[in-house]
Design a protein around this ligand. Sequence first.
Ligand code: ADP
Length: 372
Amino acid sequence: MKIGILGGGQLGRMLLQAAANYTVETFVLENDALCPAAHLCHHFVLGDIRDYDTVYNFGKGLDAITIEIESVNVDALEQLQKEGIRVYPSPSAIRIIKNKIRQKEFYYHHQLPTSEYIITQNLADLEDHKSFLPAVHKVGEGGYDGKGVQVIKDETAMHSGFDAPSVLEKMVNIKKEIAVIVAMNDKGETAIYPPAEMVFDPILNLLDYQVSPAILPEKVLWKAEAIALKVVKELQSPGLFAVEMFVDDHDEVLVNETAPRVHNSGHHTIEANYSSQYDMLWRIMLQYPLGNTDPILPSAIVNILGAEGYSGNAKYEGLDDVLRMENVFVHLYGKEHTKPGRKMGHVTIMSKDYQDLTHKANKIKYMLRVIA
Ligand code: ADP
């Protein structure tokens, strides 16, 4: 079977690593010949995933196609789907998710719990909603990795909002941030991973540290699972989805956003779950039975980010010490250049003891540094 991936970043790379277990001919489209996935696929095509003709021509000879990022040309995927190429997730799901306004309205219309919101067209519009503060302003399209999100605590911060169609969301009193990965195949059968719990770096706004399965009261767990499952069923699309949710101070569960693809919150599943998120997506695309999502052991993920003050050819300080640690797995994404905050890799830690996970995660965060 011939299967294509739009995007050749680290997620594409890990997806291709899992492809090695199956008989599949892989194709990657990406506009950087040195991207993390380039040398792991059978056929690398240089080109822009946002361009209609490029995506259409890339996809037309394939059996199926998937994405590792939402900023793709959805019109081309729609045309390919019409011509019988299977697309995971379906173009209609990408269209909803790609735009934060449409995504938020989707939750609202399907009675999926999410924070209250207002749509703003520009900065002048935002000024009219002072009474809605404190809030979080999210740009409709083009935001990524925290760059399209602005916290607006009070009137004095209003100028930092977006002068483009955006969502203004009520600030949630977040107790926990969790993510639940849900898989759905062509027949509509689903599999659900245990939730992961995230801690964010308040400065870089990137996933900093994560533990899975999250420690949650049973009722919160049930709510989170039911909501994540409903999101995917209402999207009516096969594929793999990461549903990010907030648990607030009243133990209510609210959907934050959904990624319609393999996700950073699922890196640990490579070692820590019987079927990884990457393996699961291949099973779906190759139309095999779904895998077992059970955890083998609890796990933590630490991101390896470029250290402040260093830009250039990456060097990994402390790597030997990390590799010596028990039940610790290092994944480097093969990026030649580092810059402050760039995602260069991740480390997965496994242990039956949560305290051991936290201890090792913190130790690794300080031990391992990406310098130039
Ligand atoms: P991105 O798509 O860039 O990851 P998110 O929508 O996930 O952006 O927002 C990034 C972070 O901002 C969240 O992980 C959360 O910590 C915070 N955040 C987002 N929405 C809200 C909200 N309504 N209330 C409080 N904090 C929020």
